[in-house]
Design a protein around this ligand. Structure first.
Ligand SMILES: NC(=O)c1ccc[n+]([C@@H]2O[C@H](COP(=O)([O-])OP(=O)(O)OC[C@H]3O[C@@H](n4cnc5c(N)ncnc54)[C@H](OP(=O)(O)O)[C@@H]3O)[C@@H](O)[C@H]2O)c1
Length: 327
């Protein structure tokens, strides 16, 4: 199958392209930053420079690539640092999830591409009431905190537009294991506190497992929404101390909600205290997906422990300041 991967140079793209190539697929991989062509080529894909926010260029790129499937894995999160002004920080990513998705869907329609898979996100979409673990059919948050309204709306737009077109929206968990992973550094620096009782639930996913699920979604003749998360949704009070220990850091600090709100803002407080996790039962059942890291407990050790590649154990060369980040 010829697969067009938008965002081939990113956290998922760099894991997805080699898996697709290994399975015998031909991949056309797009990048945005000058200089990333070589990265995409080295993964085994044909590199194409593309700005997803230019609908004419998207049409042309898809038409020329003649793909049978499209994966939309483009975000703009590499320099994320300000979680207090959440929507402002996610503005470009939100555009990629709305305008970018619409442009790719229009191009897919025009070129007769039937298979379409796009990147969404799980935890912050689900209603902050009822049980701690949500399935794809559970109600969504009807009153997102004001600081993240646009971001939640953009995810919802993507989910609706893609599934209405017969495609698949993958609600991924929080990624870990990417080469530019921003999770460990603030935990090492004790800038990632447990807020209140630390009851906000996160669902994690190792980027290799996320890419494997994405490949299956591209290959299977299915449609709809799938949570792509590990088996063990966990509250911050549980996973944060474990991650700190794996990293050899001191235990996380504890902040009352009011103090965290002051420093980190309401989005961070919500994620640390109220957010819900997600169930992967549907993805396992319908995609035949098997996880290499079913629990973040093993995954964190593999990504950050003493057996992990040295580059992952050290802070990034250009670390993202994520003071107070909770997902
Ligand atoms: N669910 C999650 O928890 C989640 C989701 C996404 C990202 N993240 C984290 O955020 C960090 C950064 O993610 P990332 O490495 O994937 O980088 P990123 O900057 O978010 O870029 C992702 C991909 O989108 C492309 N892209 C950016 N702007 C574009 C545009 N206007 N048009 C077309 N393509 C565009 C990038 O191209 P270039 O590389 O050429 O710029 C790259 O291929 C990582 O640590 C990752 O783990 C987490």
């Amino acid at each position: 199958m010829r697969v067009f991967v938008a965002g081939a140079s990113g956290a998922i793209g760099t894991r997805l392209v080699p898996q697709l190539v290994d399975r015998g697929h031909e991949v056309i991989g797009t990048f945005r930053s000058p200089g990333h062509a070589a990265r995409v080529q080295a993964l085994g894909a044909q590199p194409v420079a593309l700005d997803l926010l230019d609908p004419g260029a998207v049409r042309q790129a898809v038409r020329e690539a003649e793909p049978q499937a499209i994966a939309h894995e483009a975000t703009a999160l590499a320099d994320l640092s300000d979680f207090k002004h959440f929507d402002r920080s996610f503005h470009q990513t939100n555009r990629l999830r709305t305008e970018g998705t619409d442009a790719l869907l229009a191009a897919a329609r025009e070129a007769g591409v039937r298979r379409f898979v796009a990147q969404s996100y799980a935890s912050i979409q689900y209603a902050r009431e009822g049980g701690p673990v949500k399935s794809e059919d559970d109600p969504l948050d009807s009153t997102p905190v004001p600081a993240m309204r646009e971001t939640v709306a953009a995810m919802r737009h993507l989910d609706q537009a893609v599934t209405a077109a017969g495609g698949i929206a993958l609600r991924y968990g929080t990624f870990y294991g990417a080469s530019n992973d921003g999770l460990p550094e603030p935990v090492r620096k004790r800038q990632f506190p447990i807020i209140g009782k630390g009851g906000g639930v996160s669902s994690f996913i190792h980027v290799d497992d996320a890419a494997a699920a994405t490949m299956l979604a591209l290959e299977r003749d299915v449609a709809g929404i799938y949570n792509i998360v590990d088996d063990v949704p966990a509250p911050a009070r549980e996973w944060l101390p474990v991650l700190a220990e794996v990293l050899g850091a001191k235990p996380p600090r504890r902040f009352p909600r009011w103090l965290a709100r002051l420093f980190a803002g309401e989005a961070v407080v919500m994620m640390g205290t109220e957010s819900r996790g997600a169930s992967n039962a549907k993805a396992k059942r319908e995609l035949g997906w098997e996880l290499r890291y079913p629990s973040w407990r093993e995954g964190f050790k593999a990504a950050y422990g003493s057996a992990a590649p040295a580059a992952r154990r050290e802070p990034d060369a250009a670390p993202r300041a994520m003071k107070g980040e909770t997902t």
